[in-house]
Design a protein around this ligand. Structure first.
Ligand SMILES: [Zn+2]
Length: 482
């Protein structure tokens, strides 16, 4: 065995789970060697084929790779499979499909019949139990219920998600999983129509097809008379949520909403800045700071970065001052570490192969046109060539993208011409984080910006290692302000 490809803990049965090692293996088989070492790769050995592919899509990709390699071999257990010659997936993809639709089907059934949804326990309801038998999410948890109702009422009264989460944590109320409340957690509980008996499936409220009324589930839910909140309360809350999304201009990316203000700004150091204040629990907060647009009477101070963690009183800093200072640091760092050297001059390994395939496709098409071959004879071949060409073209695009991101040979003049997203890419590749310390007690609000309160931590990756800047970490997108 010369090379080992392993997608740890990744299922091979789901379309939406990317399998990087599987892809790399297919590419290496296609090219006949491993990318960085050049070790020849002529096939694949696996204890069972299900470890390699389960989806028809993966089967086709794997088979194409073996064929392109010119008779690559696949050994399963002790036997050689003639995969390159067969044209049908040897296992039933229908089985995968069947399991998937069975799960989806039962979800729909449960919702339409108003049965309590399966899944993890929701805050406010009791979990499932075997003896005595009790389904989960059906019966009220009398201890949590008043807190859930209080959350709903607070939101309906205009309190922020952050404020509600902070209150819960201060009162020592734990989430369903025993943790601390976050803004998202509170929003998740209050926005879920389960508390009044409703259910959302595929983005829409489940309604009775005959009456158009929401289906009320057969689980304990709020009672307008007893709890003082109900369906109408929920509708009002959700209208507020939609209005806030609309104002921020984040509703439906791509859809232009006429009433929306300017698109949300992206700030250079959002997500890189971390909060350095001790939070309510006595820990350094370390939450990511997000940029906020200054509005109203604060507009004259300019946009600001702010910690939005519900357990923290927060730190804030003006964007203009922070950006100017940190931009200078980043540029100096780039000059010092990346100006020397030049980008890795590695050419993509597949140029010859791609040219060959294009020529082959051209020849086959020409022979059809000339009447030397019929479509029936070579149609399958053309389809395969098309797929091969497409996958190699994709690989070449990825290659040039990763070269573009190589910082070696850096020139400061580039910076001015870069878009904010490109600058953020560069920043994320050199700057791990910047801790923002709170302004000391007693310092005036008007005190000038103090760069000593920013503590940068740089990425340690040596620029000489070719792997250092592949797959650089991206800053996690910040949720918008609300
Ligand atoms: Zn904080």
């Amino acid at each position: 065995m010369v090379l080992h490809y392993e997608d740890n803990n990744l299922t091979a049965a789901r379309e939406d789970v990317p399998r990087p090692a599987f892809r790399r293996m297919c590419q290496d088989i296609t090219h006949g060697h491993e990318r960085s070492t050049g070790i020849p790769v002529r096939g694949c050995v696996s204890v069972e084929r299900e470890r390699v592919y389960r989806l028809p899509r993966d089967f086709v990709e794997f088979q194409d790779a073996l064929v392109m390699a010119g008779g690559g071999i696949f050994v399963e257990g002790a036997g050689v499979l003639e995969l390159a010659e067969t044209d049908a997936p040897p296992l039933e993809p229908a089985e995968v499909e069947r399991v998937r639709s069975r799960t989806a089907r039962s979800r729909v059934d449960r919702a339409e019949e108003g049965r309590p949804p399966a899944g993890p326990r929701r805050f406010g309801w009791l979990s499932a139990s075997a003896a005595p038998y009790r389904p989960g999410n059906k019966h009220r948890d009398d201890e949590e219920w008043p807190h859930l109702i209080a959350m709903i009422k607070a939101r309906a009264a205009g309190r922020s998600w952050r404020g509600i989460a902070g209150d819960l944590n201060r009162r020592g109320v734990a989430t369903a999983r025993g943790g601390r409340w976050s803004e998202q957690g509170v929003k998740g509980s209050v926005a879920n129509p389960a508390w009044w008996g409703g259910r959302i499936l595929n983005g829409a409220l489940v309604k009775d097809p005959a009456t158009g009324e929401p289906v009320i589930g057969r689980w304990d839910h709020a009672d307008e008379a007893r709890d003082g909140v109900g369906y109408e309360t929920w509708v009002a809350i959700m209208d507020g949520v939609r209005a806030a999304r609309f104002r921020r201009g984040v509703d439906r990316p791509g859809e232009i909403s006429p009433g929306a203000a300017a698109p949300p700004r992206t700030y250079l150091f959002s997500g890189v800045l971390r909060c350095g204040r001790l939070n309510d629990l006595g820990e350094i907060c370390r939450s990511r700071l997000c940029g906020n647009r200054a509005t109203g009477r604060n507009a004259k101070y300019g946009d600001y970065y702010r910690c939005g963690d519900p357990n923290c009183k927060g730190v804030g800093r003006r964007v203009a001052a922070v950006d100017e200072f940190l931009e200078g640091l980043v540029l100096d760092h780039l000059d010092e570490h990346f100006a020397a050297g030049r980008p890795e001059p590695v050419e993509w390994r597949g140029e010859g192969k791609l040219a060959g395939l294009r020529q082959a496709r051209h020849d086959v098409e020409a022979s059809i046109t000339a009447g030397a071959a019929s479509w029936g004879d070579v149609g399958g071949l053309l389809l395969r060539l098309g797929r091969n060409i497409e996958s190699l073209e994709g690989e070449r695009r990825e290659h040039s993208e990763s070269r573009r991101k190589d910082l070696r040979g850096w020139r400061r003049e580039k910076w001015g011409g870069m878009a904010v997203s490109e600058k953020r890419d560069v920043i994320a590749r050199v700057l791990r984080s910047v801790l923002v310390l709170p302004v000391p007690e007693g310092a005036s609000d008007k005190a000038p910006f103090d760069p000593d309160l920013l503590r940068p931590s740089w990425c340690r990756d040596a620029p000489s290692a070719s792997r250092a800047f592949r797959g650089g970490r991206r800053p996690v997108p910040c949720p918008g302000p609300e």
